[in-house]
Design a protein around this ligand. Structure first.
Ligand SMILES: Cc1cc2nc3c(=O)[nH]c(=O)nc-3n(C[C@H](O)[C@H](O)[C@H](O)COP(=O)(O)OP(=O)(O)OC[C@H]3O[C@@H](n4cnc5c(N)ncnc54)[C@H](O)[C@@H]3O)c2cc1C
Length: 573
């Protein structure tokens, strides 16, 4: 074992206690043979085993205290190489390759990447972010959450101008300027991309951003093809640690002829300023459903085609049945259980041929959107060169600490085998960076993960459903409350949907919840908290809820485990 010595100038210590606080960070830390942190000298000296911990990790651990920061490196880490040199600044890492060397290289520029970069800056790490494909900000702001939710709200406005829940209100319809809606969406995307991504990191001292495709050439080096200067030769960058945060792209199913027609995806659809007169949406997941309803409400004739017998096929059928019933009620055409045979383009129309229960079915529309799922972005990564383990579905395989099978490479977000949402991507990017450089050992916990499908009615969930509880052998009991028994829904003349709670009858603790209701997504966070903090159904039933709020439905659903709420008086317990 070769032990090295490093000494840092540390800023921010104001007493001996500060030195002890830093020392505590290194208690039991593998690779640290000796440490001497001195407040009067304003320094920290470490003897360490470079095979187990690097000087960058030591500096990052000091910086992770938040109050104290490594200002520079002094002394002599490597007497042979640096004999006689008194260093007054943290030495730049050896420049290997033409692009330089960094503590952390983040591949990707979406939510996981930005969250990792923010954490890295707080740890004082030199960081490189390499992004290509989508603009900075990645899927969510450019082609995902933001544009879809903006168009869903636009569709909702149009719908309410045409439909009223009150006999005394006769709607007069909406005058829809579709191109203007898309222009407004583009402005929103541009503005949020600046405010929530570009501006946030603009004053970072230690972050370098490069536009280009990154590919591993060996386990410590990537080659970047610059997308802004495609003729310039690719540059190499070395990293001490890596975060793969390359996200995912729409996956296109193998249906004969599909690749030969000009199909759209969420990447291209939301920018079309000319309103399609008719649209086929392929897929039955949340992205397909949200797109289908938004465009239908904006006046396009939409047909949603789905292979599985149910939409949202991973959920129990009561959820998809309720949703489909409501979507069909407002005129959306939904066809499920289709065996797709062929897609073609004839006379400017897209035709889809399928079979349902052996019978031939044909569908036709001006445009076709493929929304049949996503696939992780790994094809340009050069993962084979570094022996990175993938899952069967092609995700970078990570454990709960976001570690891959290569100890210095982490992955986060849609590219990894974890839930594919923007808030999980950001959570994972931060955890991965902390774990890589501070040894924090944080683990993701998705046992009460909340999620929302932004249709109307919305579908929301947290924790497990009855099918998952059954598979896991967990005892469960269900209560289902129809929205027609929730005063808020009754007063609004809009009683679509239900609230379903799942509890463990042995403990009375909530283990899961599912909601189908207008704005039902707003209810899910308190149920996540209940699951997370072991709140019992009795607690939920006995708390006070403001009368005529949607949230009161949760109390009533909790009471439903023991009573028929339709027989209770107003605000009853
Ligand atoms: C239509 C739609 C609606 C959605 N709505 C919601 C919602 O309402 N709520 C929610 O939580 N989630 C939603 N999502 C999911 C959410 O957008 C994603 O989970 C999230 O954006 C993933 O972030 P990420 O950082 O993992 O990847 P991304 O944001 O996709 O970023 C990855 C970036 O890396 C780039 N890249 C890929 N390979 C390389 C390479 N080799 N070198 C350099 N760069 C590379 C990509 O081009 C991209 O710019 C939605 C998704 C879609 C498609």
């Amino acid at each position: 074992m070769s032990i090295k010595t490093i000494e840092f100038v540390i800023k921010g210590m104001t007493c001996d206690h500060c030195a002890q606080t830093i020392a505590k960070k290194f208690q039991g830390k593998e690779g640290i043979a000796n440490k001497d942190i001195s407040y009067p000298a304003g320094s920290g000296k470490f003897e360490y085993d470079p095979n187990k911990i690097s000087k960058e990790e030591i500096a990052a651990l000091i910086n992770s205290t938040g109050n104290y920061r490594v200002e520079s490196e002094m002394g002599n880490e490597d007497p042979e190489a640096d004999a006689g040199k008194a260093k007054t600044e943290l030495q730049p890492l050896t420049t290997v390759g033409d692009g330089g060397q960094f503590d952390l290289i983040i591949i990707g520029g979406g939510s996981a990447a930005f969250s990792a970069a923010i954490k890295a800056e707080s740890l004082g790490l030199s960081t490189l972010m390499v992004n290509a494909g989508l603009d900075l900000g990645g899927t969510c702001v450019n082609v995902g959450c933001v544009p879809s939710k903006n168009l869903i709200r636009a569709g909702e406005n149009a719908f309410h101008a045409n439909h009223s829940s009150f006999d005394g209100i006769k709607p007069k319809g909406a005058d829809i300027d579709f191109a203007q809606i898309i222009k407004g969406k583009k402005q929103l995307v541009t503005s949020l991309k600046e405010k929530k991504y570009v501006d946030v990191v603009s004053d970072f001292d230690n972050l370098t951003m490069v536009a280009g495709w990154a590919k591993f050439v060996n386990e410590k080096t990537i080659k970047v093809t610059d997308t802004e200067m495609p003729d310039s030769p690719a540059k190499k960058y070395k990293g001490h640690k890596f975060l793969i945060a390359t996200g995912a792209t729409p996956s296109v199913p193998a249906i004969e002829g599909l690749k030969d027609v000009p199909y759209l995806t969420n990447v291209s659809l939301f920018d079309l300023e000319e309103q399609p007169e008719s649209l086929i949406v392929l897929g039955g997941g949340y992205i397909a459903l949200e797109i289908a309803q938004a465009y239908h409400r904006l006046g396009t004739k939409v047909t949603l085609l789905q292979r599985s017998p149910n939409v949202l096929s991973k959920l129990t059928p009561d959820i998809s049945n309720e949703l489909i019933k409501n979507l069909r009620n407002e005129g959306l055409e939904i066809q499920t259980g289709l065996n797709f045979k062929q897609v073609s383009e004839e006379n400017g129309k897209i035709k889809v041929q399928a079979k349902k229960s052996g019978e031939a079915r044909r569908f036709e529309a001006e445009k076709l959107v493929v929304a049949t799922g996503i696939k992780p972005n790994i094809s340009r990564l050069g993962w084979e060169a570094i022996g990175l383990d993938l899952t069967q579905a092609g995700h970078v395989a990570v454990n709960e600490k976001m570690e891959t099978n290569r100890s210095h490479i982490f992955a986060a977000g849609d590219v990894a085998n974890t839930p594919a949402y923007v808030y999980t991507a950001a959570y994972e990017g931060k955890i991965a960076t902390a774990n890589a450089f501070t040894g924090a050992g944080h683990k993701t916990d998705y046992s009460s993960l909340p999620w929302v499908v932004f249709t109307d009615p919305q579908v929301a969930g947290a924790g497990m459903d009855e099918a998952e509880a059954k598979t896991k052998g967990i005892p469960f009991e269900i209560s289902r409350l129809e929205m027609k028994d929730v005063p808020r829904a009754i007063a609004a003349n809009d009683t679509r949907g239900f609230i379903k709670l799942i509890r463990n009858p042995n403990t009375d603790k909530l283990i899961g919840a599912r909601i189908v209701a207008p704005e039902g997504g707003e209810l899910i966070q308190q149920l996540t908290m209940a699951i997370n903090y072991g709140i019992t159904v009795k607690d939920l039933a006995e708390n006070l809820y403001p009368y005529l709020t949607l949230a009161e439905g949760i109390k009533l659903a909790a009471i439903t485990f023991g009573k028929d709420v339709s027989e209770l008086s107003c605000c009853a317990s």
